[in-house]
Design a protein around this ligand. Structure first.
Ligand SMILES: NC(=O)c1ccc[n+]([C@@H]2O[C@H](COP(=O)([O-])OP(=O)(O)OC[C@H]3O[C@@H](n4cnc5c(N)ncnc54)[C@H](O)[C@@H]3O)[C@@H](O)[C@H]2O)c1
Length: 357
């Protein structure tokens, strides 16, 4: 079923025909992507899809809502409740795929087969095997069809600043690094809470903690092995995981938790001890990021304005418009991050170190 709504605000476009963008899954992240796609040049949002049409009638609540666009004026975009229908009719160049995780594999493959580029929300898929199927579909897709997994931290200013310190060696070697991400159990969706079902979300390890796993992969490369500890609730759902990564040098750990109280909400951070500085990030601190150098006074680095969602969508928009982009991410690395999380889960279950190939 497709429905046209009344014309609204026009998007900025360049001389060339704008790239035609669709968004599938118009919940929390769909509205986030929608807000940032609207800001891009050379693209036009032509179609939105959600199997639950009431999502178009009202905004979303909960989660980190900065950036989520809760307006109900969709310009001249077509609204769909069926993905196949949108794919067949809307002559799309690219989609944001912001659906519950079990749908990442089948709908990404359909879009890629149709020559439509995909910006798929993280985690890429529920396990390494299904990620591999997505990579294979991307490899078979017509030339110029892109697959990107939205690992937003790779674009988030307080993480891109840290990456600069590590790559430049400005403060010497990293001696130790710890990353953390704590949240109450997510539950902002209007229907069933699919996050609490580990078979659908992958639990805290795959849904939340993978942000930091992927960051470890980005900053230090593929670990040789992982050793994890986890806690499970009465339903057997993992609610806490802590992992030590063997990256051959620095002592690197990360922990993720879904068992925080609702009044605590969400908090994430890191602490890196370099030879010549300590660097700390805390989303709850007014400074967010602070550097304590071996010489001189502590200071707060000047970070780029905006968030990682905005920069990742700008990066993908440039990519599908054929512009040169910095090598920040590729789908193979996202597949590797799911492989690492798979290993972390196995290590937590077995109580043993798991080696990665
Ligand atoms: N990058 C981040 O920081 C971040 C944050 C939250 C969630 N996520 C990820 O984003 C994805 C979506 O999460 P969310 O929080 O937006 O979920 P959500 O439940 O808020 O939204 C999902 C939407 O998909 C719709 N939907 C379900 N089945 C559909 C189908 N077959 N066709 C069309 N629409 C369908 C639902 O009606 C719902 O509106 C997940 O993979 C999640 O892990 C990423």
């Amino acid at each position: 079923m497709a429905k046209r709504v009344k014309a609204g605000r026009k998007q900025k476009t360049t001389g060339k025909a704008p790239k035609r963008i669709g968004i599938v899954g118009f919940g929390f992240m769909g509205r986030m992507h929608y807000g940032y796609w609207k800001k891009q040049r050379g693209v036009k949002i032509v179609a939105l899809c959600d199997s639950n049409l009431t999502q178009f009638a009202e905004g979303v609540e909960g989660g980190n809502l900065q950036g989520a666009d809760n307006s109900t004026d969709y310009g001249d975009a077509l609204l769909y409740d069926d993905f196949d229908c949108m794919l067949n009719e809307a002559r799309l160049d690219a989609i944001s795929l912001t659906l519950p995780t079990p749908l990442h594999l089948p709908l990404t493959v359909k879009a890629l087969n149709a020559g439509v580029s995909v910006l798929c929300e993280k985690p890429m898929s529920l396990d390494a095997k299904s990620c591999k199927m997505m990579l294979n579909a991307a490899a078979r897709a017509p030339k110029g069809t892109e697959l990107m997994v939205a690992h937003c931290l790779r674009f988030w200013p307080c993480y891109t600043e840290l990456k600069k310190y590590i790559d430049s060696g400005r403060y010497g070697r990293v001696i130790a690094a710890s990353f953390n991400r704590y949240s109450a159990m997510p539950g902002w969706g209007k229907g069933e809470n699919w996050f609490t079902d580990e078979s659908k979300s992958g639990g805290v390890a795959l849904d939340l903690h993978i942000h930091d796993t992927d960051m470890v992969n980005y900053l230090f490369g593929m670990p040789r092995s992982v050793t994890s500890q986890a806690t499970y609730n009465d339903d057997g759902v993992m609610t806490f995981i802590k992992t030590a990564y063997d990256v051959g040098g620095a002592a690197v750990t990360s922990e993720g938790c879904w068992a925080m109280t609702q009044s605590y909400g969400f908090r994430a951070g890191y602490m890196l001890t370099f030879e010549n500085a300590v660097v700390i990030m805390d989303t709850d601190s007014t400074d967010v990021m602070k550097v304590y150098p071996a010489r001189g006074k502590p200071f707060t680095p000047r970070l780029k304005k905006g968030d990682g969602y905005e920069y990742e969508i700008a990066w993908f928009a440039d990519k599908i418009r054929g512009r040169d982009v910095k090598a920040v991410t590729d789908a193979t690395q996202s597949y590797d991050s799911v492989r690492i999380v798979d290993a972390e889960k196995r290590s937590a279950k077995s109580g043993r170190k798991v080696t990665l190939k």
